[in-house]
Design a protein around this ligand. Structure first.
Ligand code: KG4
Ligand code: ZN
Length: 348
């Protein structure tokens, strides 16, 4: 790691959009001085999904210690900070409020400028940090527990939304299908593990919105319902462990994973075609999926498109990707104390 110069400026970025409480200190030459992430996975595991009320309360308990630790690890005093940034959209309302309130309080107390981040733009910016070179313009694909979105990223401060899921996010579908199959939470890693010994062609599951190939929206709820009916049959209640052999579990996991991955790949290729972009940047927890990575590598190599997939620690929620705040700061895009949370996705 190169050390930031003596005249460097320092950013404190805060991330509390969902179930990760995170803070990071990044210099204006994009050196990461510290990154702290407190995951709430263990709190939500028994519910097999994120419980908003529990998430918000956990952020309240953890955020100040997480910020303290980030400053300590960076060896930066609060007064040395030059900029405060916080993700204010999209996300869970209660979770977002905790981060935004803390960021506003810090900005007032320290008399520093404040930047309000779009969490999805920050996910794409994770690729900029990992690549350590310019990535714009590019096609941005975000596949996470809460989002499945495609963007035409003209510049770090100009993102044009091309499409997104009209129902469940890809990661959410992995989590819900894992529960149906009696596999552990989070569902992504447990489904891909079970899929290793399964046949992806054993079941023919539907690809959401495949008949609207030219449209860049995704849908995963029909696929999830098809899996449910395959296991329990229409009209039958879901009760207890699934009546399946281990091989059937693996085959369903593999066939489901195949359907999700192919539908993401298909829409991404369509977006590359429509935008004629020659660079693809991928972020979000589902980007850790091996089959998806392999398929995107194959297809982008075939099309001679440059591919950037952030490493796992930068794919899942973190505050380092909040470094995009420096770009916004330079573009004069500052927030004021009227800043509010925007839980729903705002279409650019
Ligand atoms: O980006 P992330 O950490 O949190 C959100 O912002 O949602 O993504 C978490 C999601 C979970 O739904 C999890 O099941 C999924 O990412 N995930 C995976 C894999 N690892 C994590 N999905 C598919 N394959 C994986 N290997
Ligand atoms: Zn995220």
């Amino acid at each position: 790691m190169t050390l930031p110069g003596s005249d460097s400026k320092y950013l404190l970025a805060i991330e509390t959009t969902c179930d990760e409480t995170a803070a990071a200190v990044i210099s204006d030459d994009l050196q990461v001085l510290s990154s702290v992430v407190a995951s709430q996975e263990e709190l939500h595991r028994r519910y097999a999904g994120v419980v908003p009320e529990i998430a918000a309360r956990a952020h309240v308990e953890r955020l100040l210690p997480v910020i303290d630790e980030a400053l300590q690890r960076a060896a930066i005093e609060p007064a040395q900070l030059d900029l405060i940034a916080v993700a204010h959209t999209p996300g869970l309302a209660g979770s977002l409020l905790v981060g935004v309130s803390a960021a506003k309080a810090l900005a007032v107390a320290l008399d520093k400028p404040l930047v309000a981040l779009n969490h999805l733009h920050a996910h794409i910016y994770a690729c900029r940090l990992a690549a350590a070179k310019e990535i714009f313009p590019c096609l941005g694909l975000i596949v996470s527990g809460g989002h499945t979105s495609l963007y035409h990223c003209h510049s770090p401060t100009n993102f044009e939304s091309l499409g997104g899921t009209i129902d469940d996010a890809a990661g959410e579908a992995f989590d819900k299908v894992a529960t149906l199959l009696g596999l552990s939470y989070p569902g992504g890693p447990s489904i891909s593990k079970a899929a290793e010994s399964g046949n992806p062609k054993a079941y023919r599951f539907p690809r959401g919105l495949a008949n609207q190939k030219h449209r860049l929206n995704f849908s995963f709820s029909g696929l999830k319902t098809a899996v449910r009916y395959e296991i329990w049959g229409p009209g039958q209640p879901v009760a207890g462990p699934p009546p399946l052999s281990p091989q059937q579990v693996s085959d369903i996991a593999a066939s489901f994973q195949f359907a999700v991955v192919e539908s993401i790949v298909e829409k991404t290729l369509e977006a590359l075609k429509q935008t004629r972009l020659k660079r693809l940047c991928v972020g979000g927890g589902v980007a850790a999926n091996r089959l998806l990575r392999e398929r995107l590598q194959q297809e982008t190599a075939r099309l001679r498109v440059e591919l950037h997939i952030a490493p796992p620690a930068l794919c899942t929620d973190n505050a380092v990707m909040g470094a995009i705040a420096w770009e916004m700061f330079q573009a004069g895009q500052l927030a004021d104390l009227e800043l509010d949370v925007l839980p729903g996705l705002v279409r650019e």
